[in-house]
Design a protein around this ligand. Structure first.
Ligand SMILES: [Zn+2]
Length: 237
């Protein structure tokens, strides 16, 4: 497939950035966007990144995104957002969940939206389902069928604890393509030859580079280390 992908809003801290809660929409939607693009490319699809990082205001951000989208002939436009308004900062053991917008019930993107929501629901997020909006700028002005994904809520502790950038991206990719990339091996030690045999009294020294309360942040550091050539794993302690 040929697919446009963009993260909504300007970058964090700039004018017209996204929602801020326990996590930051503009930061997380860019991380999910990067991961969606790399997974789609790994699966052999042609992907264009239509994110705008230098808008002068909300309208300018949206116009620049749509201009980038419409510069390519694609099968689908994908807009990645995070929702807010749950108002559950301390957690109530229920996620507020995932939803996806398409222009209308007859949009060719509707079936993708349904599958994306279902794949995210399979991760444990409440499925808020597909919504229609004839006013959302990106849905209204893009030439190709378009879906706007609200991955989960930035201000719901249950959503934030369940959220994992890589898994969310994999759900979106699966919803679009029905395909998954091979999951990275996380159980083997970085260098098996160095591991102490069970029962041995020999001491083992691990190198730690960070400890995070949010798993997505640990995964992000792992990706940075892997990109730098280190075979990193995430361990729950
Ligand atoms: Zn948004």
């Amino acid at each position: 497939m040929r697919i446009n992908v963009h993260a909504g809003h300007n970058p964090a801290g700039k004018v017209a950035c996204g929602a801020v809660g326990l996590i930051n929409e503009s930061t997380e939607n860019r991380r999910v966007k990067e991961e969606v693009i790399s997974q789609l490319r790994e699966l052999g699809h042609t992907v264009y990144d239509c994110t705008c990082d230098n808008g002068t205001g909300q309208t300018d951000v949206l116009q620049k995104i749509v201009a980038k989208c419409n510069a390519h002939e694609v099968d689908l436009d994908v807009s990645i957002h995070f929702n807010s308004g749950a108002g559950d900062p301390s957690g109530n053991d229920r996620t507020t969940g995932v939803e996806a917008y398409v222009y209308s019930a007859s949009s060719a993107a509707k079936s993708y939206a349904e599958k994306i929501c279902q794949a995210a629901a399979d991760l444990g997020f409440r499925n808020r389902g597909v919504e229609y909006s004839a006013t959302l700028y990106v849905l209204k002005h893009t030439k190709a069928p378009a879906v706007l994904v609200e991955c989960c809520f930035v201000d719901d502790k249950d959503d934030v604890e369940l959220y994992d950038c890589q898994k969310m991206a994999a759900a979106i990719v699966y919803g679009i393509t029905g395909q998954r990339v091979q999951e990275p091996e996380e159980t083997s030690p970085a260098d098996p030859g160095e591991e102490t045999p069970v029962g041995s009294s020999k001491e083992l020294y691990r190198v730690q580079v960070g400890a995070y309360g949010v798993k997505g942040n640990a995964d992000a550091m792992k990706e940075r280390l892997r990109a730098a050539g280190f075979d990193a794993i995430v361990v729950k302690a």
